[in-house]
Design a protein around this ligand. Sequence first.
Ligand code: SF4
Length: 91
Amino acid sequence: MKDECELLKNCGFFQKYQEVKDLACRGFIRMFCRGPRMEECKRKQYREKHGAPPSDDMLPTGQMVAGSQPFEGGLPLKGWEDLCPIESPPL
Ligand code: SF4
């Protein structure tokens, strides 16, 4: 298995959130970008389907980071807190 996602360097989510220290959602990076679930990443699937990357605020699970605006065709915001129990990043 690869050590990290091949899209890492071009991924808006990773670029935006990798340095956010107090964001519990960094667990997503461990699980997806550099972990066993990278092939399940919804951002990757979105990019393959649409030929363009989704919003930087879309999580690998397909939901949006709290406080961000959903985008057209995006998945509902509701319930993301259960998946990502950490506070939203500073604005
Ligand atoms: S969020 Fe998805 S597409 Fe982006 S680097 Fe992580 S695994 Fe790859």
